[in-house]
Design a protein. Structure first.
Ligand SMILES: C[S@@+](CC[C@H](N)C(=O)[O-])C[C@H]1O[C@@H](n2cnc3c(N)ncnc32)[C@H](O)[C@@H]1O
Length: 442
């Protein structure tokens, strides 16, 4: 394998999640990337080593980073083998170190993904035969490989890439409490904060926090620590041309000193996820930035003495909740936001086809579609202004105006679950049992 550092820009392909492509592109540009192009859940760009290391240490929105090393055409598995066996594998892969292969196929020429991968593996073994000390077998290790080769086939176009990160994709930040129940993906969570326009320095309230992912991602961002600088086991570190001294010097300079700090307040009505969230906050060393408490959102009032900011909500979806209770819950959330949280912005994540969403009763100012695992979800952003919408848009909102016209009501009537009573507002309680030990997430 060659050990010369790269001279000049190299092309990389970043895999990300739906709707986060522009966020990755902006991160790459901030690191000096050129020829940035966004695709479907991917971003391609060219970077020199220093910019690449900065990107890898700081990216919040990338899931995987690949370096394409071979591109060729193949009309089927045997053609793939015939061409791949002639490639200069020794330049990129060390036959003595453990290896995993990964495959994505979108081609009529390759009806079986796994077969395409086996043929590539055969081609590599044939190439390395004399170096494999008679065993003839590559050292395949699927759980903790030192190298990962990605095979991507679209039609006849074959791309072979090296994965720079390894099995622990970039969403594994290392703070998650082992017991955390069905938490949101960390990359998705950071993306949702960015899509809602949140930035360090704005107050964040996370009142259905579960394991606390929103608050922890926001606090890591506020702390300005290069989020991945502490990684020790990436495949990159054993790759040809890796420059350990440059990596260390980038990690020293990538720390951002932040003077803008605002409260980050997490709460949940269930003490079990609150315990998990506290543990994760401790693991991440963020106790000075995040407060975690047990509280029912329907009783919660905005914190006093802070600038209004963003309320993020990832409520239960319904797999364990009765449909009537969901209607009440979403009605209660809409009512609470409208009557108690005026002056704030709110963002809600719910499945795209969730029936109870109409009970929120507020018109979003923006909506994004994201994938929460396999589930298509809406991330809806609300401006919770006081008074009438027209007054708000014209900048003439009157301070005292509240009640029926507050928030940004949709044409639908005020949800039944909300009962305005002068200054105070009562909510008809959802019949959801406070869970004792059930999963926090959905
Ligand atoms: C889908 S989970 C949130 C998962 C979280 N985003 C994470 O990454 O771990 C929904 C959470 O809402 C909480 N919850 C449901 N109703 C609530 C209420 N009225 N007040 C506060 N928390 C509530 C549940 O206990 C659960 O932890």
């Amino acid at each position: 394998m060659s050990s010369t550092p790269n001279t000049g820009p190299v092309q990389y392909v970043v895999r990300t999640l739906m709707s986060l492509e522009p966020l990755v592109a902006a991160e790459a540009e901030a690191c000096g990337a050129m020829d940035v192009e966004t695709g479907r859940r991917s971003v391609t760009f060219s970077l020199e080593d220093e910019g690449l290391y900065r990107f890898l240490q700081t990216t919040r929105f990338a899931v995987r980073v690949l370096r394409p090393v071979f591109r060729f055409k193949a009309k089927g598995p045997d053609d793939l083998h015939a061409r791949a066996v002639k490639l200069n594998w020794s330049q990129w892969v060390d036959a003595r170190r453990s290896l995993a292969l990964d495959v994505t196929v979108n081609s009529d020429h390759f009806p079986h993904d796994q077969f395409a991968m086996f043929r590539l593996k055969d081609a590599m073994s044939d190439h390395f035969r004399d170096r494999l000390r008679g065993s003839g077998h590559l050292n395949i290790n699927r759980t903790a490989p030192e190298q990962i080769v990605h095979l991507h086939i679209a039609g006849e176009d074959v791309t072979v890439s090296l994965d720079l990160v390894g099995k622990d994709a970039l969403f594994k930040r290392g703070y998650r409490a082992p017991r955390a129940r069905a938490p949101l993906n960390e990359v998705l969570t950071s993306g949702l904060l960015a899509l809602a326009g949140w930035k360090p320095g704005e107050t964040l309230v996370d009142p259905m926090c579960g394991s606390g992912t929103f608050s922890i991602e926001a606090a890591l961002w506020t702390a300005g620590v290069p989020i991945h600088a502490g990684r020790t086991s990436w495949t990159l570190f054993g790759m040809p041309g890796f420059d350990a001294r440059l990596w260390r010097s980038v990690s020293e300079s990538a720390r951002e000193e932040r003077i803008e700090r605002a409260p980050i307040l997490a709460s949940d009505w269930n003490k079990h996820p609150v315990g998990d969230a506290r543990e994760s906050v401790r693991t991440a060393g963020l106790e000075h930035l995040v407060r975690v408490e047990v509280a029912d959102f329907l009783d919660l009032r905005p914190p006093r003495g802070v600038q209004p900011g963003l309320v993020v909500l990832n409520p239960p979806y319904g797999q364990r909740v009765h449909a009537d209770d969901l209607e009440n819950l979403y009605g209660g959330i809409g009512g609470a936001l409208k009557h108690r949280w005026t002056g704030w912005r709110a963002a809600l994540l719910f499945p795209k086809d969730l029936e109870a969403q109409h009970r929120i009763g507020l018109k979003p100012s923006a909506k994004h579609t994201v994938m929460n695992g396999p589930l298509a979800c809406t991330w809806a952003i609300y401006d919770l202004f006081k008074g009438k919408r027209a007054e708000h848009l014209s900048g003439a909102t009157s301070e005292g105006a509240q009640g029926e016209e507050g928030g940004r009501p949709e044409a639908a009537p005020v949800p039944e679950a909300v009962e305005p009573e002068g200054e105070t507002v009562r909510f008809r309680r959802p019949r959801i049992q406070k869970p004792r030990d059930e999963a926090a997430g959905e």
